[in-house]
Ligand binder design. Structure first.
Ligand code: SAM
Length: 215
């Protein structure tokens, strides 16, 4: 499928439809796929193309739906992409879906606990991080995430749908004078974080923020 934009788009559409159907029929939360919305996938793709990170980390792969959106953009801008999920079934499905979409060679999938991944990658540096996993742990993971993230762009999904769960993280972010953040009403709500940089205040990221929509 590599290189065929229409085939990838149509695969993403069917993956999304199957995911919605699957989640509607599944009671057990650990068995749900909980994919991002198509608008969030497209937004992530545009954000990568705009910001051109050299390295991207996704926490929460599931079956690879958001990973394919990120991988297509990573391939276009020459970025590396790492994605982590502890669920072995999801990990296998993601590997299969990335292979069908033709992006296997652009992604390193890590089937492990995020705590373990972070411990093993304290020396790593990522330009962009996408958080779509256990929101109750974000503030706890934050010191390590902050140390491996170089401040370019960080995105969290569900910032509107589960806004109360973001309070501990937002308190941590508010205490860091170097950070700027805002919420976009794309999909289930995206919290965007970046390090302040006077030289970039006219950049694309700032223009994407919606004033007055902060959490
Ligand atoms: C909302 S889903 C990710 C959806 C995916 N980004 C997408 O759009 O297709 C969250 C995932 O995080 C994983 N997860 C939750 N807690 C984790 C942890 N402590 N370590 C590793 N993975 C975890 C779950 O297995 C689940 O697949």
């Amino acid at each position: 499928m590599t290189g065929d934009e229409h085939a990838v788009d149509s695969f993403l559409r069917s993956l999304h439809e199957d995911g919605v159907r699957h989640d509607e029929q599944t009671e057990d939360l650990t068995k749900k796929l909980r994919n991002v919305t198509p608008s969030t996938g497209r937004f992530l793709e545009l954000l990568v193309e705009e910001e051109r990170p050299a390295s991207i980390l996704e926490l929460g792969t599931s079956n690879g739906y958001s990973t394919i959106w990120l991988a297509r953009a990573a391939a276009a801008v020459g970025a590396t992409l790492d994605s982590v999920d502890r669920n072995s079934d999801r990990h296998r499905e993601a590997a299969r879906n990335l292979s069908i979409a033709g992006f296997s060679q652009f992604v390193r999938l890590h089937n492990q606990e995020i705590d373990e991944f972070l411990q093993q990658h304290v020396e790593a540096r990522f330009d962009m991080i996408f958080l779509d996993t256990d929101r109750s742990r974000y503030h706890e993971w934050w010191p390590t995430i902050r140390s491996i993230w170089n401040g370019k762009v960080l995105v969290c999904d569900n910032a509107v749908s589960h806004s109360s769960e973001f309070q501990p993280l937002l308190e941590v972010l508010d205490r860091d004078a170097w950070l700027d953040h805002g919420v976009l009403t794309v999909g289930r709500g995206l919290l965007l974080v970046r390090q302040r940089d006077q030289a970039k205040t006219d950049g694309a990221f700032v223009s994407l923020q919606i004033p007055g929509n902060g959490l």
